[in-house]
Design a protein around this ligand. Structure first.
Ligand SMILES: [Cu+2]
Length: 154
């Protein structure tokens, strides 16, 4: 189950709050939600890109969330940017939030995946795989034989 992050905690989505400090040290995962709380009509929430975030401008056609209790599901990993589109709240009121969403860890552990991939690659060389099954030291001695090396390289 995902976590609901109340943006700004008990302050909510408001003017002159340090959202960078708020986001710092938190880990957001796919499946979590951001919840923007504010008095309806006072603010809104616009999902923008990095440029929009920097300049406090949303691309034309961006649909604002404006219910005052906006739940934003984090569906994809990566950087996400949100600004308030009312007045100069973003530019002068610091109503801007950037977070990085991490892949969901409920999927099989990445370490396991790479280990499996590694063993598949390993087994593609039957000589090595066979040597492992019998005696690796013997294999290493055989490997130094020049004739055998040339044969294998073809
Ligand atoms: Cu605002």
């Amino acid at each position: 189950m995902g976590t609901d992050f109340m943006v700004g905690d008990d302050k909510g989505w408001t003017l002159n709050f340090d959202y960078q400090a708020w986001a710092e040290g938190k880990q957001f995962y796919v499946g979590d939600n951001l919840v923007f709380k504010y008095p309806e009509g006072a603010h809104d929430v616009l999902k923008v890109n990095g440029t929009g975030f920097q300049h406090c401008v949303a691309p034309a056609g961006t649909v604002a969330l404006a219910t005052g209790n906006d739940v934003v599901p984090l569906l994809m990993p990566g950087k996400k940017w949100y600004i308030c589109g009312i007045g100069n709240h973003c530019a002068t009121g610091n109503m801007k939030l950037v977070i990085t969403v991490l892949p969901n860890t409920e999927a099989p552990a990445p370490a396991k995946t790479s280990a499996a991939r590694g063993s598949i690659l390993f087994c593609r060389d039957p000589t090595v795989a066979n040597a492992r099954r019998t005696d690796l030291r013997k294999f290493l001695v055989d490997e130094s034989g020049e004739d055998e090396m040339e044969e294998r390289n073809e």
